[in-house]
Ligand binder design. Sequence first.
Ligand code: USQ
Length: 391
Amino acid sequence: MRILIIGGDGYLGWPTAMHFAQRGHEVAVLDNMIKRRWESELGVAPLWPIATLTERAQALRETTDREVEVFVGDVADKSVVRGVLSRFLPEAIVHYGEQPSAPFSMIDAEHAILSQANNVLGTLQLAFAMHDIVPDAHLIKLGTMGEYGTPNIDIEEGYLEIEHNGRRDRLPFPKSPGSFYHLSKVHDSHNLMFAAKLWNLRITDLNQGVVYGTTTDETAMDPRLATSFHYDEYFGTVINRFVAQAVAGMPLTVYGAGGQKRGYLNIRDTLQCVEIAAMNPASAGEFRVFNQFTEQFTIDELANLVVEAAAKQGIRAEKKSIPNPRMELENHHYNARNSGLIALGLQPHRLTVDVLAGMIAWAAQHPERISRDVIIPTVQWRKQPEGVREA
Ligand code: USQ
């Protein structure tokens, strides 16, 4: 299959590109490297230094003889996206090319607007280009479990059967996201659901939970093939942050009461899920939704597991509740369905103390690279309006 990975320089995009290349697919990546610029503007960096995308493609060729074609450009740029689709003619497109961080989107007006413009308009540009150039290709779009928020009912996969005033329908599951980033994914879902219907496109929306992990089979082949591991307040997801905090000898930053429950998955399972979606395409005109996570945990449960794993590595870690910078429920019902991908063959990698101990050992190779200055959250969801603060 010819597979285009948009956002192919990222934490998930690069391992996905290698995963498909290793399985004999023809793979191209498109990325504008904007995340590297945001990182340098915010003063954060991955724990392990990451080679450029071109260097990584070269390293993959040397290590495996597999090719990944690199296109540099912005998916939101009409001529770029149309040029890449016309030249590569993908049969499947995996779209990770979005601003991925909730805290980044909550910094201020500029970052909220940038997140939504980048994410929503890039995806819309892609949908129009697919309609004109590759209308039969399958779009696999990364969404987020955060689109649903934490309703006081079980979360279904994308749709809800409801009865109202004696009539029944299957409607999109209500959305109640908790950041301007998560809202951008809701807006994408609505645009794509409409585009699938309007133009008969094949679209799968993968509502992904919180990803953790350092390594995949392909990143482990050569240090130059590593993917970016973040632990900072913007781009570090919670388990990766706790691992780095344990190694740095800092308390694990539990936000508020720690009862926040979410769906989680290992980075290896992200690759498995995307592959399953690609091998089982949506039908023409279908907007298919899968909830992409394997296990559910509260923050407090995660902190306890990391403390236990650190002890196995001879590190005394402790958890500490700090004031929650976000606006979210800290004790709530959470029970989300995730049977779609399992039914298609997903074999989950479970989060165990041994898996966490392995991550801690990996991060502990470079403890000196962990910057203690980027760990404590500074972005506050609810802050004084500008001007009021001045007065
Ligand atoms: N949290 C802590 N301590 C920390 C960091 C986070 O208690 O040091 C808590 C947060 O308050 C939140 C939970 O951990 O309740 C998850 O936070 P996160 O930063 O790991 O994840 P989130 O902001 O939700 O976003 C991440 C990815 C995003 C993806 C999303 C999936 O950055 O791209 O869409 O996970 S989901 O959470 O299911 O929406």
